[in-house]
Design a protein around this ligand. Structure first.
Ligand code: PEP
Ligand code: MG
Length: 568
């Protein structure tokens, strides 16, 4: 049990599984060619019109449900929409500086918001949240049809507790509070608009927690005590009893079978697959919530580290593994789940991943059997980590065939289970063409590839500045692997951390990759930013980057052309 103290904003005690929402968003700046300025202005004004329509609707629905006083909260936003210092000024920026509308909105709203920073009056200072709320809505409406945080939260259908960095009133107003039972935010004070809303809705809330979104893991059992102003992680029986809520501890996946979000698409229509990397079966909920199409990397070795949280005890037992894999494929359907066989590094000296599994055939066969049995229940892909030679892959495939035969799985069934190799050792990258002949898909694991290619231990802080994802050698290796896969006509994805950085992701798309797997929290932003980019422009940026000699030059090239700014 861990307690984090904030400000009790709305009384009551509630417990449930945490849903973590990060709203602090990053905004992309890019040049708009002269010929597209008029179209960009049309987007800006289109967004203003849509925003006006939505806010008017929100205001009347809040008015109907909760009275005129609460509804008036949205009047200020409607007034700002017509403020001469805001949208007209953003339009000038688009016209004069040829920047994209999203960036222009950010600029003018940031400047406007800064005025409130120095105001002593706490109530007035909190109005900054309304400004950010409006700016966020305008930016969302630059791409009508994209899912908002409120849309995503609607998909939740079990008692959950929302832990957010900030919660804009217009989003809070649209949440179904019968599903989300309470909330905790990093931001805010008692006069936070959303806190006011929470009190009137009778939703327990704690605000001003500063670091709640960093501390709480999605899916973690938390309690909100709006009376004492505490967020309690892993609450004890007494608090749970006080919450008097049934906590569905056994089946965190139940009811999360909604459609996964569609693919991300660049502004010129290139489809980009965004899958999630997960360590715990329970993270599936976070992956779905973030709009992942599938699981691109499930690090199954966490099962052996006591990682199974609510599906029973950690076990190497075949039935337990089968049960977990099966629930995962069923829970992610129709998306595919890529399960990486154990990548353990217990013996040191490079004896890890597939090499180690091959040395422990009994444990390996047990895992393969559990995987093959689970594959009958959905789209499951088997992936081998740390492949460094074709022989290893052949040996592993031979074992899969044996295990399939023993388990009564015929060739037709077996062909439906793609078997892939991770390319994360330089030797594998250099022989990706040979490996591609014997694999159904490749996945580039840049976390290890960078450390082994650049001879930099990724866990050693002393050399961390040498750990450079943008090193020309890494970019070339990625291109080499992408080409090898394409020549063989097999899919290739990238699942290293570097894809979570939106600027680097843009470069990777420019290098010709269209499938990524990343930490769930990075997916919504990646999707939004990709929608703003044109793949042809990214290809020319990547082409130039490939001709440069140093990390610094490459970074500068990216900075000049793709700017992602932080909005806090
Ligand atoms: C990688 O090496 O890039 C990877 C995704 O695997 P891990 O981080 O689990 O080694
Ligand atoms: Mg790895």
């Amino acid at each position: 049990m861990q307690r984090v103290t904030g400000i009790g904003a709305s009384p009551g005690v509630i417990a449930g599984r945490a849903v973590v929402l990060i709203q602090r968003e990053q905004v992309l700046r890019y040049r708009v060619p002269a010929a597209r300025v008029d179209a960009e202005l049309a987007r800006l004004f289109g967004s203003r019109d849509l925003t006006r329509q939505q806010l008017t609707e929100i205001r009347s629905s809040v008015g109907r449900k909760h009275g005129a006083e609460l509804a008036s909260m949205f009047d200020a936003q409607l007034l700002m929409l017509d403020d001469q210092k805001l949208l007209p000024r953003a339009a000038d920026l688009v016209r004069q500086q040829h920047v994209n509308a999203g960036w222009a909105i950010r600029r003018v709203f940031d400047d406007f918001g800064a005025v409130f920073d120095d105001i002593a009056d706490e109530y007035l200072r909190e109005r900054k949240g309304d400004i950010a709320d409006l700016a966020g809505r305008l930016k969302m409406n630059l791409r009508p049809g994209s899912a908002s945080a409120a849309d995503l939260l609607r998909e939740l259908d079990e008692a959950s507790v929302l832990v957010a960095d900030e919660l804009a009133p217009s989003i809070a107003a649209q949440i179904d509070w019968s599903k989300v039972r309470g909330f905790a935010t990093d931001a805010g004070s008692r006069t936070y608009h959303t806190a006011i809303l929470a009190r009137s809705l009778g939703v327990p809330a704690v605000v001003g927690l500063q670091e709640a979104t960093r501390i709480v893991q999605p899916g973690q059992l938390v309690a909100i005590d709006g009376d004492s102003g505490e967020l309690v992680l892993e609450p004890g029986e007494e608090l749970l009893a006080r919450a008097r809520r049934h906590v569905d501890d056994a089946a965190p996946l139940s009811g999360r079978q909604g459609e996964p979000a569609g693919p991300a698409v660049t502004a010129d229509g290139l489809r980009i697959n965004l899958d999630a990397n997960i360590e715990f079966p329970d993270d599936l909920a976070a992956a779905r919530y973030a709009g992942a199409e599938g699981i691109g990397l499930y690090r199954s070795e966490f099962l052996l580290m006591g990682g199974v949280r609510s599906w029973g005890e950690a076990s190497t037992d075949e039935e337990a593994q089968y049960g977990i894999y099966r629930r995962m494929v069923e829970g992610m359907a129709p998306g595919a789940v890529t399960i990486r066989t154990f990548d353990l590094d217990q013996e040191g000296g490079g004896m890890r991943g597939l090499r180690l599994s091959l040395l422990k055939p009994d444990a390996f066969r047990l895992q393969l059997r559990a995987l093959l049995r689970a594959s009958r229940h959905g789209a499951l892909r088997i992936m081998f980590p740390f492949v460094s030679a074709v022989e290893e892959l052949r040996e592993a495939r031979r074992m899969i065939r044996d295990v399939a035969a023993e388990s009564g799985i015929d060739d037709t069934e077996l062909r439906r289970v793609p078997i892939g190799a991770m390319i994360e050792v330089p030797a594998a990258a250099y022989t990706a063409d040979l490996i591609a002949r014997e694999a159904d898909f490749l996945t580039i694991g840049t976390n290890d590839l960078i450390q082994y290619c650049l001879a930099v231990d990724r866990s050693d802080a002393r050399v961390s500045q040498l750990y450079a994802p943008l090193h020309p050698a890494i970019l070339r290796m990625i291109v080499m692997v992408r080409r090898a896969a394409r020549r063989r006509g097999i899919p290739v994805s990238l699942c290293g951390e570097m894809a979570s950085d939106p600027v680097v992701l843009a470069l990777l798309v420019g290098l010709g990759l269209t499938e990524f797997s990343m930490t769930p929290a990075a997916i919504p932003l990646a999707r939004r930013l990709l929608q703003e980019m044109r793949s042809d422009e990214l290809r020319s940026i990547a082409k130039r980057a490939l001709r440069l000699s140093t990390v610094e030059e490459i970074e500068q090239e990216l900075e000049r052309n793709i700017v992602v700014g932080q909005r806090s």
